[in-house]
Ligand binder design. Structure first.
Ligand SMILES: Nc1nc2c(ncn2[C@@H]2O[C@H](COP(=O)(O)OP(=O)(O)OP(=O)(O)O)[C@@H](O)[C@H]2O)c(=O)[nH]1
Ligand SMILES: [Mg+2]
Length: 214
């Protein structure tokens, strides 16, 4: 199927070009830019609400969903600058969609821009959006075998946040196994434990993020 492969690679190449322009846009403004990727419901928006409570309008968020603006509404209510992309069915965001939102508003005062990707462990992992790094969120309710089964994300994520750790006593989730599998895929990954319900781990996450060079 050489024709199909060439169409796919040309679409990816176009996306990568726009992603490079987005990266330059972030760099010019001294903004740190990261891409949150996880399965649906792992806690991306909850973490962004917690970050918004700390960073206020210094946090910008471009959040993607198939439909509805619930997530952007929640994040804006928590104090950050937020906009929603509704893809209408597509399972990942593209660099072009991000570019459009970067140019559509001033983003005055934003120091950290988080792109909350569509809940999906597969497609978002391979589409560059212009971020400087990816962060994987893995909730303890999903199963400890997910890093081994969905390596595309865990290979590429600079940090893996194990979320909802307040639920650990109630689920069969082997933290050591999940973390071992993450490190097999990326020995340099930063591993952190978080609970947005209790606040555990939020200081460590914010500290790591603030020290990560732009
Ligand atoms: N117990 C517990 N529940 C949490 C935690 N974080 C998030 N939740 C709950 O998990 C559900 C999903 O959280 P969201 O933050 O909306 O997840 P999401 O990854 O943004 O979801 P999508 O955008 O739909 O992919 C909500 O009911 C949250 O209240 C946590 O640390 N502990
Ligand atoms: Mg969300």
């Amino acid at each position: 199927m050489p024709e199909i492969l060439s169409v796919k690679s040309s679409a990816m190449a176009k996306n990568d070009l726009v992603a490079a322009e987005n990266r330059a846009w972030f760099r010019c403004r001294g903004m740190r830019a990261l891409n949150f990727i996880s399965s649906p419901g792992a806690g991306k928006t909850s973490l962004l609400e917690a970050m918004a409570a700390r960073l206020g309008r210094k946090l910008g968020v471009i959040t993607g969903d198939i439909q509805m603006t619930f997530d952007a509404d929640r994040i804006a209510k928590a104090g950050a600058q937020a906009v929603q992309i509704e893809t209408g069915g597509s399972c990942h965001l593209t660099a072009e969609q991000i570019r459009k939102e970067l140019l559509a508003r001033p983003w005055d005062g934003v120091e950290t821009m988080v792109i909350e990707n569509i809940g999906n462990l597969i497609c978002p992992s391979t589409y560059e959006l212009g971020e400087f790094f990816k962060v994987a969120l893995l909730s303890v309710t999903e199963g400890d075998e997910k890093p081994a089964k969905y390596p595309a994300l865990f290979l590429r994520a600079e940090a893996v946040l194990l979320t909802k750790i307040d639920l650990l006593p109630h689920v069969n989730f082997d933290v050591a196994r999940a973390e071992r599998d993450c490190l097999k895929l990326n020995a340099d990954a930063k591993l952190l434990h978080l609970s947005c319900k209790t606040g555990q781990g939020l200081d460590a996450w914010m500290d790591w993020l603030s020290k990560r060079p732009v």
